[in-house]
Design a protein around this ligand. Sequence first.
Ligand SMILES: C[S@@+](CC[C@H](N)C(=O)[O-])C[C@H]1O[C@@H](n2cnc3c(N)ncnc32)[C@H](O)[C@@H]1O
Length: 246
Amino acid sequence: MASQEVKQFMRWQRWNASNAKAYDAYKWLSRSQGWSSYIQGMLSGLPSGATVLEMGAGTGYITAILAEHGHEVLGFDLSEDMLARARATLERQGLASRVRLWQGDAENVDLPDSSVDAVVSRWVLWTLPDPRAALSEAVRVLRPGGVAAFIDGTVLKQSKLARWRGQWTDYLLTGRKPGWRDACYANFDAQLPRINAEQIAEHLQSCGLTVLRVDKDVDRATDGPFRRWLRGDGWTSHAVTAVKRA
Ligand SMILES: C[S@@+](CC[C@H](N)C(=O)[O-])C[C@H]1O[C@@H](n2cnc3c(N)ncnc32)[C@H](O)[C@@H]1O
């Protein structure tokens, strides 16, 4: 699998303007209080005003939460279309002055060593041709004593009924017709290496971090069972929190 080819696909097709709009619509199915508390828990101990880097900020859902918590947020994403929606959301919420966003690659972060107090990333590792490279980059830019907070997900086998429910929810929320996801799978989604919670923890540890927590059931604390049911329950999230040894 050629890494540049995957990135071109992710940047220009997988997360293009219409998919960015559809992705953004899912915020209506997210429990913002749940996500806010969860992120606060992962970053507990970090003072307000800390510099937090978000890798793969997408449409800005977690970015806004970080800014609301009083952090100075730096964020990048491969897709300008996703970032355009993030910028609009942050403007609307009056949070833009606390956030700097740019187009960038998680596997090659354009920041100096030890320059941020925390790195946060949700649902980005699975999209990468080399997720371990992104984890190593996170460790490089993190200052000693800083916190790494990675949330990622696993695709689950769905029953036919759940798949049908998920497709209807997607159609009603976004207008996408059933089958759109198959096109992504026919391209690169199915070939991506993906790493599970233990592998994330193992890699962070090998780069000099101490793992504080591995959580294999993030959904319970964030979106709740009804929302998962509506979405067809085809995805479950896990998270790893770690601190860089001084
Ligand atoms: C499932 S979305 C998650 C967005 C956001 N983190 C959130 O939690 O809502 C995946 C995001 O990863 C971004 N992405 C994919 N490959 C990337 C890369 N190499 N570097 C940075 N971002 C990337 C995509 O453009 C997309 O915005």
